[in-house]
Design a protein around this ligand. Structure first.
Ligand code: SF4
Length: 280
């Protein structure tokens, strides 16, 4: 799937790989994949799936037709939330002729340990074939970035790649910085208080690698045990960003909590809207 998106910090999302095994209790993607999934996988097996062509309703269980889904409709999640490589989607960025900021795999963790390296290589190659876009990646397993960098699979020449790591609890999750790659953090959902940041200390920051951009967001949905962040947590985290010179982007879910302190910054200049930019 590649399409316009409701995600407010990018222009489009593209999902050549779907499915994830992290099992986060607040996962929005799991709910979507279950709701619109075709349940083709074996629920008793943990399997990866590779699709050369899209799966359509006509190839699936009778119940899809009974659910009123039109004959011939392409099914976005044939195997629900099982890791699935949709190879037929690889050319989508190349077909988008105007530059966009693309969130790669909003419905997966492309860098999860279960994802074959070959899938990642093919996705990255598809990105390189359409270098007029900016590609944002996001993972809960940033060690995989390190491994891929060590192997030369991701390189500092990939200037339009932004390597993101998700941090929900400041003191627990691993963060990823790199001196030569663009990096960012997504602190969404914020699940715990953030410690108060000290005053800016340029000397202590000098030899640290810092992300250039940090996204903050509150948990959405109605999960039992849902965590609603306090303004103070966000204020502390923002101060930390200010100290290290990172741009701050607050998702709409924080608008009510932050009031006049709500900000949405980007670390790059925006692409010109359709009608500008670089056509093929
Ligand atoms: S890492 Fe993301 S996609 Fe995977 S289970 Fe957690 S929230 Fe869902």
């Amino acid at each position: 799937m590649g399409d316009k998106t409701k995600i407010d910090w990018c222009d489009a999302s593209w999902n050549p790989v779907t499915g994830c095994r992290h099992d986060c209790p607040y996962c929005y993607a799991y709910g979507i994949a279950k709701r619109f999934g075709a349940h083709l996988g074996d629920p008793l097996k943990w399997e990866n799936h590779v699709l050369e062509h899209p799966v359509r309703t006509s190839e699936t269980h009778e119940y899809m037709r009974m659910a009123g889904i039109k004959e011939g409709t392409v099914l976005p999640y044939p195997y629900d939330f099982d890791p699935t490589f949709h190879k037929y989607r690889l050319d989508i960025p190349f077909r988008w002729t105007w530059p966009r900021t693309i969130f790669v795999c909003s419905m997966a963790d492309l860098f999860g340990n279960w994802v074959p390296e070959d899938w990642i290589i093919q996705v990255l190659e598809a990105c390189r074939k359409a270098p007029w876009h900016r590609y944002l990646f996001l993972t809960k397993n940033p060690n995989r970035y390190d491994e891929l960098e060590d192997k030369g699979i991701i390189t500092p020449e990939d200037r339009n790649f932004w390597l993101g790591s998700t941090v929900t609890v400041e003191t627990r999750d691993k963060m990823h910085y790199h001196s030569k790659m663009h990096t960012f953090q997504s602190c969404e959902p914020m699940l715990a208080p953030w410690p108060k940041a000290g005053p800016p200390n340029p000397e202590s920051m000098k030899n640290h690698w810092m992300p250039e951009w940090v996204i903050f967001g509150a948990e959405t949905g109605n999960r039992k045990g849902k965590v609603i962040p306090k303004k103070e947590w966000v204020d502390n985290a923002v101060q930390m960003c200010r100290n290290m010179g990172a741009a701050v982007f607050m998702k709409d879910s924080l608008r009510g909590i932050m009031g006049p302190d709500f900000v949405q910054e980007y670390p790059w200049e925006p692409f010109e809207k359709a009608g500008g930019g670089t056509p093929l």
